[in-house]
Design a protein around this ligand. Structure first.
Ligand code: ZN
Length: 256
């Protein structure tokens, strides 16, 4: 059986991460990959980093993982910047080194030989950290995508983009059920390429505060995107206790 869980944008939210990993086990996933932004925003950067390290799975670098190691003048709102400075002080040298060594994109081979690609933002310029928010943005990714399926994160909003060889479009039907029921599953068609945003574990921004992740079952040719309840108020308490901006705690209740 080859059933991979795809998690992204954990952002130091240990409560969300541990709830998702429990769900991953309940869903009988055999493998796991992580699309980056392990740290930033929330109160448990070291704990989340250690947890992901122990999972010993393919991980790609996110912009927060990069920024914490190499401070730049990259555009970040004030709350994100304050959390970034706080996070940098929490992480010791071995942990910073682990983040620094992450690759920007990877091709992963599942147990039955199926390959797929993982990247944090987009394959056209993975180090530019472009936000893919519509099909027009996604169209730049597809010429660089050499596997039928690529998973990404970065916007914290789950989306499904498809490429028919000429242009990109959004799969609204599947997202409709995800937004309504918190669950969708579909079989990718062989004649299309898919660029799938798996949403965020630790700071969802699609008005659903539950953690989000995806599953790719390569035996059944099935993709699932689902939500997981977690202890939001415990994550919020930890943010406030750490002295991080309270806005970062507040937003977890509404998923914005
Ligand atoms: Zn992120």
């Amino acid at each position: 059986m080859a059933r991979t869980a795809i998690i992204s944008d954990i952002h130091a939210n240990y409560h969300a991460l541990s709830a998702v990993i429990e769900d991953v086990r309940d869903m009988r996933c055999t493998d796991l990959v992580c699309l980056g932004d392990v740290v930033g925003y929330n109160a448990y950067p070291s704990e989340c980093l250690d947890y992901v390290q122990k999972l010993d799975c393919p991980v790609v670098k996110g912009n927060h993982d990069e920024e914490v190691v190499q401070p730049s003048q990259a555009k970040m709102n004030q709350a994100a910047r304050l959390a970034m400075d706080w996070t940098r002080n929490q992480l010791d040298t071995p942990r910073l080194r682990w983040l620094a060594r992450l690759q920007y994109q990877r091709i992963v081979r599942s147990d039955n030989g199926t390959t797929f690609t993982i990247v944090h933002s987009s394959l056209d310029h993975p180090k530019a950290w472009n936000y893919i928010i519509n099909a027009d943005d996604a169209s730049a990714n597809f010429p660089r995508q050499f596997t039928p399926i690529c998973f990404h994160g970065h916007t914290h909003v789950p989306k499904i983009y498809v490429w028919n060889g000429k242009h990109a479009s959004e799969d609204h039907e599947n997202l409709h059920s995800l937004y309504l029921e918190g669950y969708t599953e579909f079989q990718p068609l062989p004649e299309l390429k898919y660029f799938i945003n798996v949403g965020s574990v630790g700071q969802p921004r699609d008005n659903d505060p539950r953690a989000c992740y995806a599953i790719y079952d390569t035996d059944l040719n099935l993709i699932i995107i689902k939500r997981v309840e977690y202890d939001i108020s415990a994550a919020q308490d930890a943010i406030r206790a750490a002295g991080l901006p309270t806005y970062l705690a507040d937003r977890l209740s509404t998923g914005v």
